[in-house]
Design a binder for this molecule. Sequence first.
Ligand SMILES: C[S@@+](CC[C@H](N)C(=O)[O-])C[C@H]1O[C@@H](n2cnc3c(N)ncnc32)[C@H](O)[C@@H]1O
Length: 360
Amino acid sequence: MRYIGSKERLLDFIEGFINEKVESVQNPTFADLFCGTAVVSKHFKQRGFNVIANDLLTTCTIWAKAALTDLENIPFERLFDSDEINQNMDYSNLLIADNYDLVLNHLNKITPKKGFIYREYTLEGTRDSAFQRMYFTEENACKIDAIRHQIGIWKDNNFITEDEEALLLASLLNAVNKVANIAGTYGAFLKEWDKRAFNPLNLERMAVECTSSPRLNHEVYQMDVLELAPNIQADVVYLDPPYNFRQYGAYYHILETIAIGDSPFIDGKTGLRPWKDKKSDFCYSDKAASALTQLVNNLDCKHIFLSYNADGVLQHEEILEILSSKGNVDFIDVNFQRYKSNNGGTGVKKVKERLYYVGS
Ligand SMILES: C[S@@+](CC[C@H](N)C(=O)[O-])C[C@H]1O[C@@H](n2cnc3c(N)ncnc32)[C@H](O)[C@@H]1O
């Protein structure tokens, strides 16, 4: 998944340190309070934790709901009862396992439709506008519009549940990420077409697990972490805040529009939606320290882990001081390689990611 700061490649590293510090408890809860793509939430659910996931962005709460749901929560029964899906089609060329596959197949074959994404984010759609934008090909934009519209209609008519909606939207967001003509974020589009943009948009199945035994619970919130922190209880809290000026609400604005399903007033060369209600104090060098202090002081839990990049706006010494108000602090470093593709750069840069621990 292309998402800044995703911990997909650091899961073993994070788990190893957590195992070192946390004794096993009955029915443990793991709180992933800046969940992003929810890969960390999902990983710890698979390790037997109840999970609390939270993020400011709608996109991320959709990823979290989709990652944490169980197969039994997505029967798509009401949709099939409604006759919205043609069950008499010839599926002999497809590996169809269940209703979920049939729904994806239906959406992948949908008739394209010119909507907001076509009008605002394609060359053809913006031809007569002040800004010409080339985030998507015409074909893919019309498919995104049609699929988003269809999912919205199904939800409004109560044909799908919240989990089923999240699962379909997560598939759509992931598919969009694969064909967007960008270098990594939606902060800009490429001036030339990347060949991935010409691949036809295709919704794929998300990995959904069977219900675990014993059954695990999960909760997903879309709140500023500073408001949520005093109201949760967890055995382990994992914090992965932004560490530089990049505001996720602005950098992922198109995914957010697709996730929300609205047609906002947009602005400028990149067609930015209003995002300031989702701005994060953790992105500002003059606000991050007090935000982290407030967050840590408001957490009621025994074990806190914090991922932070060595190039972040908070200095190592500052972090140690903030965390030490809670107890004994420890940390480990990992160097991992980040591939830099932006602006023609092809260098591989070593990034030092630090994982802090404070236990009380
Ligand atoms: C470094 S990313 C997390 C990546 C995640 N661990 C993963 O593996 O995908 C930081 C996330 O924090 C969210 N965020 C930033 N400020 C926040 C705040 N004040 N409250 C809640 N979430 C916030 C951003 O939207 C972003 O998704």
